[in-house]
Design a binder for this molecule. Structure first.
Ligand code: SAM
Length: 263
């Protein structure tokens, strides 16, 4: 008998069978593929993944009680890693590229995504990420330039990944019912992306720009560069624009320019 869902671990279990099926059908799972599920909870999504009969299923669940429950429920059909996803080395789980599923705990969902983007240098350890976020966070991830949700998260996420929104999911599809709606996103590694030496520089630069979201970019530009006008001219940037008016590419170029001058 399980104790009640733990709020501290973001335990809102997906109970809508239609949605669960749509999630597993959102990408092709072949018999020779390996799957990683983050936060399987009581195994509602895991059940549909097992039915697809992939080569292997790994699950990472922080809750020891649920890990025990899952091992009794699925026996040797899944490989359980009873750990905190923020502390594991995903690239050591398998030699094969993994298809990753996750109805992520809301309080750490952006931390998990950032960890995966930042830790990837040349080759990716995953072939697809099929992840559920709180809708407001998903909107920020996929947001377009010149919108109010465009910002640090969109710039970091789009750096190495192509992103597609699959669907919104009502709060009624969960137990216990969360306060907010959710959205499902699929991420695929880009073949080519800007070679930034240290992702911390991209994070630092976007932080400086978006801390002053409503101001013209003259100020952050002069905080970052000693000769802002010269760099702006070189990169063809109008310093009277606001942070949300600069394209993704411009942020990657600014970071590269900063690294060329400093590193
Ligand atoms: N996938 C299940 C479902 O859809 O019904 C459960 C999703 S629930 C939103 C999030 C799950 O992540 C919970 O089972 C929770 O215990 C687990 N979790 C929370 N923090 C975690 C962490 N740091 N590492 C691994 N799992 C975590």
């Amino acid at each position: 008998m399980l104790t009640k869902p733990k709020k501290s671990l973001g335990q809102n279990f997906l109970i809508d069978k239609n949605i669960l099926q749509k999630i597993v059908n959102s990408v092709s799972i072949y018999k020779n593929k390996e799957i990683l599920e983050i936060g399987p909870g009581t195994g509602n999504l895991t059940h549909y993944l097992v039915k697809k009969n992939p080569k292997k299923i790994f699950v990472v669940e922080k809750d020891s009680e649920l890990s025990l429950f899952l091992s009794e429920k699925f026996k040797n059909k899944i490989n359980i890693i009873n750990e905190d996803v923020l502390k594991i080395s995903e690239n050591l789980i398998s030699k094969q590229k993994l298809i990753v599923f996750g109805n992520l705990p809301y309080n750490i969902s952006t931390k998990i995504l950032s960890k995966w983007i930042i830790s990837t240098n040349k080759s990716f350890w995953f072939s697809k990420l099929i992840l559920m976020f709180q809708k407001e966070v998903a909107d920020r991830i996929v947001s377009e330039i010149n919108t109010s949700s465009y910002g640090r998260l969109s710039i970091l996420s789009n750096w190495k990944l192509d992103i597609e929104k699959v669907m919104d999911i009502s709060r009624n599809s969960f137990f216990p019912k969360p306060k907010v709606e959710s959205s499902l996103l699929i991420f695929s590694p880009k073949n080519k992306f800007y070679k930034i030496k240290n992702s911390k520089n991209l994070e630092m630069i976007t932080r400086i720009f978006f801390n002053q979201r409503r101001k013209m970019i003259k100020k952050p530009f002069s905080q970052i560069f000693k000769n802002p006008n010269q760099i702006a001219k070189k990169l063809n940037i109008d310093l009277n624009l606001r942070p949300q008016n600069l394209s993704l590419d411009i942020y990657y170029k600014i970071t590269k320019e900063y690294e060329n001058l400093r590193c």
